[in-house]
Write a protein that binds this ligand. Structure first.
Ligand code: ZN
Length: 111
C-alpha cells in the first residue's frame, strides 16, 4: 500500500469513506500515526464478550470502538458540512493551519 501524508488530527470530524461503516460520521478520539490508524467515536464498534471475573461477576458484552485505517477516513469541513480535501495555509504569524480547499476556511478543531 502506498503511504500518503495524513492531514487528520485528534478531534477532527471525519466521515468513513469505505467499509461497513461507510458514510458514517464521527470524531477522532485516538490517533496512531505510526500505524496510520485512528479510533473514531461510535465507528467500527466491536462487541467483546467478557467472561465473569472477580470485578465483573456477570460477564457480558462490552462495545468498544476498534481502530480504522486513516485512509478510510476523510475530513469534514465544519463550514461545508461535507468531506473535503485539505490544504495548508501559513498565517501572518507564521503558524500553519489546515484549510478546506473548497471554502478556504480553517478546518482546525476548535479547542
Ligand atoms: Zn469548506
Amino acid at each position: 500500500m502506498q503511504k500518503q501524508k495524513c492531514h487528520l488530527k485528534l478531534n477532527d470530524q471525519v466521515e468513513v469513506i469505505t467499509g461497513k461503516d461507510k458514510g458514517r460520521v464521527g470524531k477522532i478520539i485516538k490517533i496512531d500515526r505510526t500505524r496510520s490508524r485512528a479510533v473514531v467515536e461510535k465507528i467500527n464498534i466491536v462487541k467483546r464478550h467478557t467472561k465473569p471475573s472477580a470485578l465483573n461477576q456477570q460477564g457480558g458484552i462490552i462495545e468498544k470502538e476498534a481502530s480504522v485505517d486513516l485512509s478510510n477516513l476523510m475530513l469534514i469541513c465544519p463550514k461545508c458540512s461535507k468531506t473535503v480535501r485539505v490544504g495548508n495555509k501559513t498565517l501572518e504569524d507564521g503558524t500553519t493551519v489546515r484549510v478546506c480547499k473548497k471554502c478556504d476556511e480553517s478546518v482546525e478543531a476548535k479547542a
